[in-house]
Design a protein around this ligand. Structure first.
Ligand SMILES: Nc1ncnc2c1ncn2[C@@H]1O[C@H](COP(=O)(O)OP(=O)(O)O)[C@@H](O)[C@H]1O
Ligand SMILES: [Mg+2]
Length: 259
């Protein structure tokens, strides 16, 4: 399964959400950093023993190989491992490098979605019209849009959902889209409130759940603190999203088979 994670606007916590989801995912998983604005995994992540990751091995080296065609397991040769064992595809260090990937995006998308027995969580940054990662979104089973629980975030989300409904992302039916709200742990109403708002606007996009605002755990994921996150509110909220994400993907497949 290919799970794309993105934002409509701003910096609501896409990288953090993708990272924590990958770290609690109950199946073999790869975290791929495809943010066209420049990746964070190489900057913030550390390998075993605190080793710095190699910025040249990842998305760019995979894209270079893609010019010669990619085998089904091509991704594995370009992965690095975070301390704790999570396999990551390191992103670009600056946005200029994305231009060079241009024609390779469809092959990269195929490499992500065709990885045998392994799910791939892709950090896609912001989904804006003209984003080069559109082929990845088109190949995704699920697109998770991350928002903060604020009215202005909801307004941008609504516009982006309308735009997504009109865009042709490439082959296939496109991803099943679901929303994830980043909220304070004690805010138990945000999911219901946003669901009602979207329904009221005639948008059937499901709000799958929430990611807890948890500064301590987010700092650990961003390399600003050195402690585990296994029992944190952040990790617990991410675990609760696993089933809704899988169910969304399954219901989308089913609807597609029947149509
Ligand atoms: N769930 C969260 N709880 C607390 N802080 C968060 C959370 N998600 C993100 N942050 C913080 O917000 C900032 C932006 O997060 P990041 O994941 O890099 O966002 P994006 O990828 O959308 O730009 C970072 O400082 C990060 O630590
Ligand atoms: Mg990010």
């Amino acid at each position: 399964m290919l799970i794309a994670v993105a934002a409509a606007k701003g910096s609501p916590g896409v990288t953090t959400t993708a990272r924590v989801l990958a770290s609690v995912w109950p199946q073999d998983v790869v975290l791929a950093d495809c943010d066209p604005a420049g990746g964070d995994v190489a900057l913030l992540g550390r390998g075993p023993g605190g080793a710095v990751l190699d910025p040249d091995r990842g998305l760019l080296s995979l894209a270079a190989d893609a010019r010669r065609g990619l085998a089904a397991d091509a991704l594995s040769g370009h992965l690095q491992y975070l301390d704790g064992g999570l396999p990551v595809l390191v992103g670009v260090s600056n946005p200029d490098q994305v231009t060079g990937i241009g024609p390779a995006w469809p092959a990269l998308a195929a490499a992500f979605s065709g990885l045998p027995g392994t799910d791939v969580v892709v950090d896609c940054g912001r989904v804006t019209p003209g984003t080069p990662v559109l082929p990845v979104l088109g190949a995704a089973d699920v697109l998770l849009l991350v928002v903060r629980a604020r009215l202005e975030s909801y307004a941008h989300l609504r516009e982006r959902l309308r735009w997504l409904a009109t865009v042709h992302t490439g082959a296939g039916t496109g991803p099943a889209v679901g929303v994830v709200v980043v909220t304070e742990a004690r805010d138990t109403n945000a999911v219901r409130a946003l669901s009602q708002l979207l329904a009221h606007e005639g948008l059937g996009t499901p709000v799958l759940g929430r990611i807890a605002e948890d500064r301590r755990a987010a700092d650990a994921l961003a390399g600003r603190a050195d402690h585990g996150i296994g029992r944190s509110l952040l990790a617990r909220s991410a675990r609760l999203l696993v089933s809704p994400i899988r169910e969304l993907a399954a219901s989308h497949d089913f609807a597609h088979l029947r149509s």
